[in-house]
Ligand binder design. Structure first.
Ligand code: ADP
Ligand code: MG
Ligand code: ZN
Length: 417
């Protein structure tokens, strides 16, 4: 695990209080931490703000955020300040006292994030001041505003190119929810001198086959799942360290090649196992959620959960480690009453505030609704992230739905014959 991603995860929980990244966030934050220019397209509500806030918080220097709406800036600054992050805004709503305070903070290099109103971009004094004060990253929110193809063109955004050069070619990262291909190309051309890394975060991963089963005899169910997958690399998540050890033993006894990864192992052993998994084909990593962050193995062919994951976000992130090469990959999640009871107990026993517990309970319920979804699992999953789709036709529920329906037709034929 690269140190910067580890500190990203630490910041995610210590500053924002979230336990996992939303789909796409990790993939976007990693290249940002590595200094690359990035254009990220993610649906509304996906959590784009965090993708520029978090690197700003854990990195050096000042991130200048250009955002079109004063109300939005105000909300974000209030929220960040509330989290203990040094953030401020520079816009026409500031009175002279506030302006002076913000200038002083920047001059003393105490600020991590400065939200800048677009009309400020064209002011040479602002650019000079920010350059001299160590501004080293430019984040452009609602980046479609720069494009006349977009639905929300803002002429002030056209000054961004000049502004960026005035800052001295700082790292540039841009975010939007809208991007048909024409707008996307237009944004990339207007905001960047060279081609940025582009992320398109629709949440659908059509190459992942989704399946869930009520837990009955987990070892038998998993061995069944693995039967035709000898030689494939995969990950099986367990909720406990002991569970990992136990299952790995069982898999090895059955002739598979399983290794273990959890935080209870000696660092050397852990790193060795991880290296082997990355280097060789056909290894099953039996792991707790400690495994996977920052792991980029493109040909992981399956991800299974021996126990219920923590939330839909965690589920999505974990299964998302399969099939990064775009080729078909299988998933299987087992869920049992015991898992649910344990999770409920963990929530109640935790030190979290009542509000946090309420959120955790809601998340658990949403996950259970996915486990027990009456129709297309992919549709249910994507709707959780705000995407509306048609039934996919190839998740477990779509397939059994077809079998049932055809079965019914047969039965009716048989009855009417
Ligand atoms: P966007 O700009 O993509 O529309 P926001 O950045 O406004 O989305 O985030 C939407 C909501 O998601 C916010 O309430 C934010 O706090 C929440 N959020 C972002 N990242 C996470 C995460 N990793 N876990 C839980 N909630 C998150
Ligand atoms: Mg946003
Ligand atoms: Zn489906």
């Amino acid at each position: 695990m690269s140190p910067s991603l580890a500190s990203a995860r630490a910041c995610l929980s210590s500053v924002f209080g979230f336990d996992s990244f939303r789909p796409g966030q990790e993939e976007i934050i990693a290249p940002i931490l590595a200094g690359e220019d990035v254009l990220a397209i993610m649906p509304t509500g996906a959590g784009k703000s965090l993708c520029y806030q978090l690197p700003a918080i854990i990195g050096d220097g000042l991130t200048v955020v250009v955002s079109p709406l004063i109300a939005l800036m105000r909300d974000q600054v209030a929220q960040l300040t509330n989290y203990g992050v040094a953030a401020a805004a520079m816009n026409s709503a500031n009175d002279s006292d506030e302006s002076r305070r913000v200038f002083d903070l920047i001059r003393r290099r105490e600020l991590k994030l400065l939200y800048l109103a677009p009309e400020r971009l064209a002011r040479p004094d602002t650019v000079d001041f920010l350059r001299r004060s160590g501004a080293n990253r430019l984040a452009i929110d609602e980046a479609h505003c720069v494009s006349q193809w977009g639905h929300d063109f803002r002429p002030e955004y056209l000054a961004l190119g000049e502004f960026r050069r005035g800052l001295g070619q700082v790292q540039t990262i841009a975010f939007t929810a809208t991007a048909d291909a024409a707008t996307r190309a237009d944004i990339a051309e207007r905001l960047f001198d060279t081609t940025p890394r582009i992320f398109i975060g629709g949440f659908d991963r059509p190459n992942l086959m989704l399946a869930m089963q009520a837990k009955d005899s987990p070892r038998r169910q998993l061995l069944g799942f693995l039967k035709d997958r000898k030689g494939d690399s995969g990950i099986i998540y367990c909720s406990s360290r002991a569970g990992c050890e136990d299952l790995a033993q069982g898999l090895n006894d059955a002739g598979h090649r399983a290794l273990v990864y959890h935080a209870g192992l000696d660092k050397k052993v852990r790193e060795n196992n991880q290296d082997t998994f990355l280097r060789e084909d056909g290894i099953i990593m039996v792991a707790t959620v400690a495994f996977g962050m920052g792991i980029d193995k493109p040909d992981v062919r399956f991800v299974a959960h021996a126990d219920l994951p923590k939330s839909i976000e965690a589920y999505y992130q974990e299964i998302g480690r399969a099939g990064r090469d775009g080729l078909a990959a299988e998933t299987l999640t087992l869920y049992g009453l015991g898992d649910v009871r344990l999770r409920r107990q963990q929530i109640e026993d935790s030190q979290a505030s009542d509000e946090q517990k309420r959120v955790e309970r809601q998340k658990l319920n949403a996950l259970l609704a996915l486990c027990e979804a009456p129709r297309c699992r992919r549709q249910t999953l994507l709707s959780y992230f705000g995407e509306t789709t048609q039934p996919c036709g190839h998740c477990d529920l779509c397939i059994t739905g077809v079998l049932l329906r055809d079965g019914t037709v047969d039965a009716q034929k048989a009855l009417s014959a």
